[in-house]
Write a protein of this length. Structure first.
Length: 254
C-alpha cells in the first residue's frame, strides 16, 4: 500500500493551463471590452428577443443556479448514486465562489446598464452607503460565474457533456447582456475568474476533501472518503477513454 497521503495521490495540477491562462486571456479582454461596452450593449439589447423566446432565454440564463444544482443532484442520486459525493465539489465551488464573486462586485461597485454609464465605478463606499443596491453591483456577472462553475463540473463528471454545457454558458453570457442586466465586460470577467476558480475546486476535489476534514474534526477515527472517490473517478475516466479509443479504432477499420 502506498505511503502517500490522499492529497499527494492527485496528479500535478496544471496551474498554467487551468488558472493562469484563463486569467491571462480574459483580464486583458475585459479591459479592452470596457471601451466597447456601450455600443455592444446597445446592439445586443436591440436584437433581444421578445415573447416566448425571451422567456426561454430568461429561463436558460439560470443555468448553474441553485435549482440547477438541485436538479443534477437528484439525477445523479437516481442514476449514478455511487458518484453522488462528487457533487460536493460543485456545491463548494458555488457557495464559496458566490461569496467571493459578490465581494468583488461590492468592491468594484459598477453601475448596471439601466444607468447608461459603463464608466460609472463607485467602489465599495457609496455602494454600501446606498444599501448594497442591485443597480450598483454589475461586475462581474455572477450568473456567468455560476454557469461556468456548473460547466466545469459537468464537463469533469462526463466529458460527453462538454459541447452542451459550454453552449449553455455562451447563451447565459448573451442573455445577461441582451436582457440589459450586464455589460459585456462583466460577463468576460466572470468567465475568466470562474474558470480559474472552478478548475481549482473541482479538479482538486476541494468539496470532497473539505467535508473529510470537517468530519475528521468531530470523528477522529473516521476514514476519509476522498481516496475512494478519486480512485473511482480515475477508473471511470480510464474506462471512458478506452471505450472512445475502441470506437475510434473500429470506425477507422471500416
Amino acid at each position: 500500500m502506498s505511503s502517500k497521503s490522499p492529497a499527494t495521490a492527485l496528479p500535478a495540477f496544471p496551474w498554467l493551463r487551468a488558472v493562469v491562462l484563463p486569467l491571462a486571456i480574459t483580464l486583458p479582454l475585459t479591459i479592452l471590452c470596457l471601451f466597447l461596452d456601450k455600443p455592444l450593449s446597445d446592439y445586443f439589447r436591440s436584437v433581444s428577443p421578445r415573447g416566448d423566446i425571451r422567456r426561454e432565454l430568461e429561463t436558460i440564463q439560470q443555468f448553474g443556479s441553485a435549482s440547477t444544482i438541485a436538479l443534477v443532484f437528484i439525477l445523479i442520486a437516481l442514476l449514478q448514486r455511487d458518484r453522488l459525493r462528487r457533487m460536493l465539489d460543485w456545491i463548494f465551488a458555488a457557495l464559496v465562489g458566490g461569496l467571493l464573486f459578490n465581494g468583488v462586485k461590492l468592491l468594484i461597485g459598477r453601475a448596471r446598464p439601466p444607468l447608461d454609464d459603463p464608466w460609472l465605478f463607485q467602489g465599495p463606499g457609496p455602494t454600501i452607503e446606498q444599501g448594497i443596491k442591485y443597480a450598483a453591483m454589475s461586475m462581474p456577472s455572477t450568473h456567468t460565474t455560476h454557469a461556468v462553475i456548473g460547466a466545469v463540473f459537468l464537463s469533469a463528471f462526463d466529458r460527453r457533456l462538454r459541447p452542451l454545457v459550454w453552449t449553455l454558458v455562451g447563451i447565459v453570457m448573451f442573455a445577461r447582456v441582451a436582457l440589459g442586466a450586464h455589460w459585456p465586460s462583466d460577463t468576460i470577467l466572470g468567465l475568466g475568474i470562474a474558470l480559474a476558480w472552478a478548475n481549482l475546486c473541482i479538479h482538486r476535489y476541494w468539496g470532497v476533501r473539505s467535508l473529510d476534514a470537517v468530519w475528521k474534526l468531530f470523528v477522529p477515527r473516521a476514514s476519509p472518503k476522498f481516496p475512494e472517490v478519486y480512485e473511482r473517478e480515475k477508473a471511470l475516466y480510464s474506462l471512458i477513454a478506452q471505450q472512445g479509443k475502441t470506437r475510434k479504432d473500429a470506425h477507422a477499420a471500416t
